[in-house]
Design a protein around this ligand. Sequence first.
Ligand SMILES: N[C@@H](CCC(=O)N[C@@H](CS)C(=O)NCC(=O)O)C(=O)O
Length: 288
Amino acid sequence: MRSLQLIYVAPVSEESSGGPLPFHHLQPPPTRSISSPSALSLLHQLPPSAIIYSIPARKDGKAMVTPTESSIIMTIDLYYVPGSAPCRSVLLTAKALNLNLNLKLVDLHHGEHLKPEYLKLNPQHTVPTLVDDGFSLWESRAIITYLANKYGKSSSLYPEEPKARAVVDQRLYFDMGTLYQRFADYFYPQLFGGESADPKKLEKIEDALKLLDGFLDGQKYVAGSNLTVADLSLVASVSSFEATDVDFKKYSNIKRWYEHIKATAPGYQEANEKGLDAFKALVKSMKK
Ligand SMILES: N[C@@H](CCC(=O)N[C@@H](CS)C(=O)NCC(=O)O)C(=O)O
């Protein structure tokens, strides 16, 4: 199984490319090729399974992403389901890093995640699972920090300075162990077990939301002065509340932050909103 492709975009002039285009216009050619001597240096950093595609500029401008030699798109496998908040945080991170993931839908409903092939990748049988050149990783927050570490060295999504990184990690653990955990404890027994809403569990979510509102007091972002993977993880979690009776918008700092991240996180619509709609549809169908 080839789990990593590298697409190398040959440098051309703006004129012939017609300017940058979204990734989905890319169609890798069927033949292997390396089109620039400087691309050869990249080969030394790549695993043997990598293939380099040279994508020539076309007059109609359809094959280009951006006309520079640094336009390198790594394709990494992501096993996922669209409605899942943990999966959506990975999609958001990939967008923010300009990474092109090879999406592999997992049919949880028919137990695809319990089959031996999947258990070999992830014995914990959860989505998301990332496979990067044979390296398999699960737990969404481990995945997003790995991606930022490996592919976002120059980005501020996961800062390297120890204290700044510690604050990002603290927010990620808060999301996993407190906010999203309390949401799961409250809502999933209702959704999947037909149980009635437990007001005590709702109160616990409210306590967590008050904490989040406090983190955001006077802040545009949840961990520091710029967008980080903590915002992307938390926005995937909090947006899921829209499908339920958990009213997070009554917390003014959360509401302001949520609207801001929705409007500014790269590729938000495709990476989170689409999957959120799928989650809302699932909730609607289960509640019938
Ligand atoms: N903490 C995990 C949670 C992953 C998780 O529970 N995913 C659910 C879907 S949202 C799943 O895979 N459920 C199937 C199973 O656990 O067997 C993460 O953030 O990745």
